[in-house]
Design a protein around this ligand. Structure first.
Ligand code: ADP
Ligand code: MG
Length: 470
């Protein structure tokens, strides 16, 4: 049997033509499963991995059920403005010559202008909850007219942050007849919550979470705060000329700081977070899509849904706290079966979190060394002694000395170090003396200094050659 084609469905001609002109031949798996069901008007909860074509899976049936009438017939809600724009554009492309008016409704844009557009009549709205509610309250959106409701990134839309807003919208949609929820991740509590919104939904779910992670080469580097710039420099210097990198941090402040630091190190990048004015956000994303900028630093405002096909590298400069966020972030690369790599910077105290992420999704995220500098490459930042990273939970660093038990005892060594380095007793921890080598624990605050002293003095004529044991 040959694989099914879009043509086999007898889609409306304008959609079939649009799909063909986009160069799509076969539907993706989620499209194959969801589109026929959605066309029949059934509710859907659809899960499929990042970059697998979920937008068209709900977009095509929505286009088919709407007609150009100026009455709003469908509403799609997304978590970010950027995603609303992208989804509206994709639906716009997929409708071909059908002539539906599709309007994006999100914050940070001129309210009066938007009100005028809405008052002229729109067939389909793609928006973020806040502004959609605002426009409904002002009487420019008539939620009770709308029959089809869709949540993209549904688990995000139904989490604590958005849930009350979504509920408000749903309650006003008194003539809602079809509801569709799509995401790459559906935690159980979200599935439970979705029961309230849907009636006998058809579930497209993968049984095996493992298959939901796209084919991305994932790596982690054990590195502390102090050396993240160094590690980032190594990855950047190994990028190919056409490659693009998206770097995630956990806070807006860190986005700004990292952007400035890169600048200081002579690396051009752009930055994106939710505190920036909307028109700037759009310009930045546009120039990233156009490959005018190669590196973008962003908060999780860019973690979900964004489809930029040039992204080859995702870097978690900060590891995310939530396992779902990790999957969405790395899913910005490896779209539609393309290859991609992700690098996560993991501090000593975060190894447990990394394990949790890997185990939740059945992924392998090997901890590796930072990549070598390419031939003739230059370090972007210097590698520093990161005492906090190499100290244990008591704040002690283990120093190795080339000194055997013939020459020293625990007591004589401890006394000598305290006297030579003039450090208090508590700064020196466990000492163990082996055949030809010894180890001494030194408190992290004194470690650098003690090592310098040990390097410069001799213990009864023996040079100790101190080195740090990781
Ligand atoms: P998801 O929402 O699942 O992360 P998207 O809907 O953003 O994925 O689609 C990812 C990319 O794949 C987009 O660039 C989209 O235009 C493209 N695409 C979607 N469906 C197909 C298809 N059947 N054939 C080829 N490309 C497709
Ligand atoms: Mg999507």
């Amino acid at each position: 049997m040959s694989p099914p084609k879009f043509n086999d469905w007898g889609l409306e001609a304008c959609i079939a033509d649009a799909v063909a002109s986009m160069g799509w031949d076969e539907p993706t798996e989620i499209q194959l499963e969801a589109i026929p069901v959605a066309r029949a008007g059934t509710d859907i909860v659809g899960q499929a991995r990042t970059g697998s074509g979920k937008t068209a899976a709900f977009g095509i049936p929505i286009i088919e059920s709407c007609k150009p009438s100026g009455k709003t017939q469908a509403l799609v809600l997304c978590p970010t403005r950027e995603l609303a724009v992208q989804v509206a554009e994709e639906i716009g492309a997929l409708q071909g010559s059908k002539g539906l008016t599709i309007e994006t409704v999100y914050g940070g844009t001129d309210i009066d202008k938007q009100a005028k557009l809405l008052d002229k009549g729109v067939d389909l709205i793609v928006g973020t909850p806040g502004r959609v509610i605002d426009m409904s309250k002002r009487g420019h959106i008539h939620l009770s007219e709308i029959g089809i409701f869709c949540l993209d990134e549904a688990d995000r839309m139904l989490d604590m942050g958005f849930f009350p807003d979504v509920l408000w919208v749903v309650e006003k949609m008194t003539n809602r007849r079809q509801t569709m929820l799509f995401s790459a991740t559906f935690p159980q509590e979200v599935l439970d919550a979705s029961i309230e919104f849907t009636k006998d939904p058809f579930h497209v779910m993968s049984e095996d979470l493992e298959v939901e992670v796209p084919e991305i080469d994932q790596f982690a580097i054990k590195v502390g705060r102090l050396n993240k710039m160094w590690a980032l420099g190594r990855i950047i210097s190994n990028m190919g000329g056409e490659d693009q990198m998206l770097i995630f941090t956990n806070t807006k402040r860190m986005v700004d700081m990292l952007y400035e630091r890169l600048e200081r190190h002579g690396v051009k990048s752009s930055s994106l977070h939710g505190d920036m004015p909307q028109n700037r956000r759009e310009r930045i994303l546009e120039s990233f899509r156009d490959k005018k900028s190669r590196i973008m630093v962003a908060t999780d405002v860019a973690a979900r849904g964004l489809d930029v096909d040039g992204i080859t590298h995702v870097v978690n400069y900060d590891l995310p706290d939530e396992t779902e966020v990790y999957v969405h972030r790395i899913g910005r690369t490896g779209r539609m079966g393309r290859s991609g790599q992700s690098w996560s910077f993991v501090g000593g105290t975060e190894m447990g979190l990394l394990d949790k992420i890997a185990n939740t999704w059945g992924m392998r995220i090997p901890v590796v060394d930072a990549p070598e500098l390419p031939e003739g490459g230059k370090e972007m930042a210097k590698l520093k002694d990161d005492w906090d990273e190499i100290s244990d939970s008591f704040g002690m660093v283990t120093v190795k000395l080339s000194l055997g038990k013939e020459k020293a005892s625990k007591l004589s060594l401890a006394d000598w170090i305290q006297k030579e380095a003039r450090v208090p007793e508590v700064a020196i921890g466990e000492i163990s003396i082996g055949e030809s080598e010894s180890t001494v624990e030194v408190h992290v605050k004194k470690a650098s200094y003690v090592i310098d002293v040990l390097k410069s003095r001799q213990f009864h004529g023996i040079s100790l050659q101190p080195s740090i044991l990781n």
